[in-house]
Design a protein around this ligand. Sequence first.
Ligand SMILES: Cc1cc2nc3c(=O)[nH]c(=O)nc-3n(C[C@H](O)[C@H](O)[C@H](O)COP(=O)(O)OP(=O)(O)OC[C@H]3O[C@@H](n4cnc5c(N)ncnc54)[C@H](O)[C@@H]3O)c2cc1C
Length: 427
Amino acid sequence: MCGWYHTSPQRHPRPSHAGQTKARWAVVGAGFTGLAAARQLALNFPDDEIVLVEAQEVGFGTSGRNAGFAIDLPHDIGADDYIGDIATAKTTLKLNVLGQTILRDIVATHGIDCHLSASGKYQAAVAERGVAVLDAYRRGLDKLGQPYEVIEGKDLPSHIGTSFYRKALFTPGTVLVQPSALVKGLADALPSNVTLHEHTPITDVEYGEKIVLAHRGGRITADKLVLANNAFGMRFGFLQRTMLPVFLYASLTRPLTEAEQAQLGGKPFWGVIPADPFGSTLRRTHDNRILVRNSFSFNPDGRPKEQYLSRFAERHRRSFERRFPMLPDVGFDYTWSGSLALSHNHKGFFGQLAPNVYGALCCNGLGITRGTVTGTLLADWLAGKRGDLIDFLLATSGPNKTPPEPFLSMGVNATLWWGQRKAGLES
Ligand SMILES: Cc1cc2nc3c(=O)[nH]c(=O)nc-3n(C[C@H](O)[C@H](O)[C@H](O)COP(=O)(O)OP(=O)(O)OC[C@H]3O[C@@H](n4cnc5c(N)ncnc54)[C@H](O)[C@@H]3O)c2cc1C
């Protein structure tokens, strides 16, 4: 059960699609990317009808299941200082900041109740290897001219309550959100020329001069199709064997009592990401719960697997106990998984996939800002707009090919197993 979905305001999902519909534009997937693309298409083409279809209820998919860090800074895990090529890093920063600005503007204009807060983030390390990562990243941030604060372990309890970490790098530009509340709010704030259909999984598609999207209850015929369904884009015949459906897992505690909040100490609202990518992400939420996010599994069919949930809930428990021994009686109310699309070269796809078919796909784990900005800029590009950010995205090589099965599963599972083992106490 996804805690963010259940603790965010309830809304009435839009009716699923039925019968035959014709539209100028169809967008598949109402996560951050599809909502942004549909919205911007509607603003760029006020006389066109845009049909947005979503397989589930908005807020229930991965966009509502993540840890809620809308991150500004680039973090190139392939580079020694995590910044890498400075020109690319500057453009990535510009893209991410634009994604944040778009979200903030919509939240402010429509009064979306999603606890958006410019809290920054702590990137924290427990062991020597993690501290070395922070030092390298600090050098990268110097190169990029971005502000940060180094916080030693002894001072961390006054920030985040726990004395578990040896060191943290605080960067002020991250915005924290309640992700399910945010996507639900974005769906309800769409312009009037967007028709959203939830609970409408597209099962078949015909390509040609017109695109026909079929599902159990009907067909949508569109002049142009935008795919914003992340790894599921491969099911539409594109980018085959490039995106890896990797699942991440999170748990959310019950709300802390006032006495427990006093035992914990620290600030009332914060987010921690790990120095080691296989470590634990933590949040203290606006309603005084603690979120723990760690563990990965590779599910090549893109479907969640029940057996991992209980195993990883146990791991979340152990991670929680190590960090918060002052909260021995605080249990988890929710544990859930969500799927990412990762590529081997960490690149996403942006642009044209076939005649009349376009896509912004493969989030690589940072879809709140990146999905928002790529969805928006794809719609701008389709309206004939250009600029340095659109040129940069169009020039990106896109996700590269992965090896065939069974080598793929063997390789990914070995990488995940080794990464999680190496993370040790960071997880
Ligand atoms: C536990 C976890 C923690 C994370 N933490 C963060 C974080 O802190 N910050 C961050 O930026 N990112 C984070 N992410 C990643 C982030 O959630 C994704 O990058 C983001 O959701 C991608 O957005 P999207 O709109 O591109 O794709 P999605 O959110 O996957 O949306 C695609 C939508 O397409 C729909 N769809 C698929 N196929 C069809 C079909 N055939 N017909 C109709 N609809 C279809 C799906 O139902 C889905 O809702 C995390 C992810 C997880 C799982």
